[in-house]
Design a protein around this ligand. Sequence first.
Ligand code: NAD
Ligand code: DAU
Length: 348
Amino acid sequence: MKVLVTGGAGFIGSHVVRRLVTNYPDYHIYNLDALTYAGNLENLRDIEKASNYTFCKVDITDVVAINDLFSKHTFDKVIHLAAESHVDRSIEDPLAFVKTNVIGTMNLLNACKETWKHNFSNKLFYHISTDEVYGSLGEDGLFTETSPYDPNSPYAASKASSDHFVRAYGETYGLPYIISNCSNNYGPNHFPEKLIPLFINNIIEMRPLPVYGDGKYTRDWLYVIDHANAIDTIIHNGEVGSTYNIGGFNEWQNIDLIRLLCKIMDGKLSRKQGTSETLITYVKDRPGHDKRYAIDASKVHKELGWKPSVTFEEGLDQTIDWYLSNPKWLEHVTSGAYKDYYTKMYLS
Ligand code: NAD
Ligand code: DAU
């Protein structure tokens, strides 16, 4: 079986690639990635020489390159993760999100449709999406697979649009697809622009911890290895034409999570308790900031038997240990262009 994973050099994609390469020696895993600022082949050093793994440096917005790749290989399954993924960057440059998340997805859908059109059997386009397409929850309730789409950020709107195109290709052309919408991931290899890795890095460096607004925004956190496990379960056992919501059953207000992070890191860095909390700095809120996300993951649990394998405390502990043990990784990803990004977003 030939499996194409797009965005496999990114945070979640690298965990998916590692899992498939390691657990399925009979499959050949192709990792397509443009290696943007978020793509990093260091994430896959341990498996890059595996005989069932091939890396292809391709940009999904480049229709010629996509069609060329699909003319060389008939992929059986496509797991599509490549995307611009950071909400704050989408506020700065929404068009970049339309190009990659919408047009890039269209290029892949068209390539699958053309390559598979004479025989869709045993083929699958598996689109990895986000709970942000559903917008924001109030104090109560959970997002289910039937929650209406109500995206608020340019990132969320671009992901919602790509979800709609995937479903439309299923309805119109019979393309076999599955979509999963997941909550916030955390774990090793997370680029330090997102809350948890940014704050871990800033605590290490004793830099301010920029809390948006009043800090009372809520997210539902899932360990990235459990997301990769869910993707593995769904690609093998999910029902074609279905949507699955994936979440951690694990809601945290930002400020509570940040205080926990500070406490654990003071312990691990042998600093006096309370040291890291002094870094907390309330800053201007994110425009269009969604108040609360929380996923009802009962469908994937009941139908496919998936549930998270680690508690948040275990996952966070392992995550912090990974960052403390991999200073070179952090150093590499925070040199160069990262410095300009950090200055623009937080220091100007
Ligand atoms: P990431 O930003 O860490 O990685 C994205 C990867 O896509 C990078 O390797 C990058 O090089 C690649 N990429 C970007 N533009 C590309 C292009 N034009 N062509 C080819 N490759 C390109 O993102 P992530 O956090 O790993 O998210 C992966 C997917 O999961 C995304 O589709 C995202 O919307 C979705 N998702 C993420 C989360 C989360 O909490 N991180 C939660 C739910 C869903
Ligand atoms: O819900 C799934 C989504 O989770 C994914 O689809 C996105 O790709 C992923 O980036 C993530 O989006 P969020 O916007 O929720 O994640 P982020 O880490 O950027 O922010 C988490 C919360 O922390 C949010 O309420 C904003 C806040 N925050 C974030 C940053 C970067 C701060 O208070 N300060 C910050 O500096």
